[in-house]
Design a protein. Structure first.
Length: 319
């Protein structure tokens, strides 16, 4: 049941599959005879230096994967020297995670990530079938009263209805800005129009995301709309991407199409489920090592060397 909760997507899971498949349609165009004896992967996101352009996406309920939950993930993020975005629906409180390590944390601490694509919960049929019950949300303990671990069917829908205000809209970003000085990143942008609106309301960054295919099914794969968003933003703020990053070559492709960094969702949870903190570290280091090798073999010793001319889309008949 928990595996399905993590792995699954909305309805036909079309977007879930596309997120991965569209990366596979991009073919790399390496340059040879470049000095690649040193590969530099460190980058800076909104003033915070991270060891590689690979961050941890916000995903809920890490304690369903491992008893140490978000605390183990945060320690791995600190060791890897990257940013972990802590989910609002975490199974550990912000305070517990903050106390556990020195990782840069983008959640009411250094920045706020506003998830914009979840006015209501997407229909995840595996959760309904499995009668998936979410445990109490740690950050909302005592504030909402949802029956946890009942046998009446999945509680994910009532949970969401009680927590999320589906009237929240662009106008309300001004309110959010009025109550915090923290930079606000908007997560869930998939179109040029929304990227432009995000710029107008003063977003400090944009995350191109379809929520890992868990919200509206039949939205495009994130990698296929990245360039459109990057062009609309015009380098004014960082553009990040998540969805379907499974290899260092995927990270490279996202950077080639204009992302400043990527976020990783499910692979982190799988690492956590397998081996706790060590498992998350392993996943992050695998991606980084693969990126390093890809940069070397593609003739890109620095992140700035990775350009649009290093990747082309192949038509499906080429595959
Ligand atoms: C998510 N995601 C998510 N996003 C968010 O903004 N807040 C959240 O609480 C969650 N929770 C969540 C739980 C689980 C189990 C998954 C798999 C995903 C979406 C997440 O941040 C990210 O957009 C995707 O996971 C990226 O896709 P990949 O890397 O999983 O393919």
């Amino acid at each position: 049941m928990y595996y399905d909760f993590y792995a699954g997507g909305a309805e036909d899971e079309h977007t879930l599959k596309k997120n991965v498949q569209e990366f596979q349609r991009i073919i790399l165009q390496p340059r040879v005879l470049v000095d690649v004896s040193n590969i530099a992967m460190s980058t800076n996101i909104l003033g915070y230096t991270i060891s590689a352009p690979i961050m941890i996406a916000p995903t809920s309920m890490h304690k369903l994967a491992h008893p140490e939950g978000e605390l183990a993930t945060a320690r791995a993020a600190a060791e890897f020297n990257t940013i972990m975005i802590l989910s609002f629906s975490a199974s550990s409180s912000v305070e517990e995670v903050a106390a556990s390590c020195d990782a840069v944390r983008f959640f009411q601490l250094y920045a706020i990530v506003l998830t914009a694509d979840r006015p209501r919960r997407g229909r995840k049929e595996a959760d309904i079938k499995n009668k998936m019950n979410l445990p109490q949300l740690k950050n909302l303990e005592g504030l909402i009263s949802i029956e946890v671990f009942s046998d009446k069917g999945s509680n994910t829908k009532p949970y969401t209805n009680e927590i999320f205000d589906s009237s929240f809209c662009w106008r309300d970003i001004a309110w959010l800005k009025s109550i915090t000085n923290l930079p606000i990143l908007i997560k869930g942008i998939l179109t040029r129009e929304d990227a432009t609106k995000a710029m107008e309301v003063g977003a400090a960054g944009i995350i191109v995301s379809n929520h890992g295919g868990r919200q509206l099914d039949y939205t495009p794969a994130t990698i296929s709309v990245l360039e459109e968003v990057v062009q609309a933003v015009g380098r004014k703020v960082p553009v990040l991407l998540d969805g379907g990053i499974r290899r260092g070559t995927d990270v490279f492709k996202a950077l080639a199409l204009g992302a400043q960094a990527v976020l990783v969702g499910r692979p982190v949870i799988y690492g956590l489920a397998a081996k706790g903190e060590a498992g998350v570290r392993k996943v992050m280091h695998m991606l980084k090592d693969e990126l390093e090798l890809t940069m070397a073999l593609a003739g890109c010793p620095t992140l700035k060397d990775i350009s649009r001319s290093h990747g082309i889309s192949s038509s499906s008949s080429d595959l």
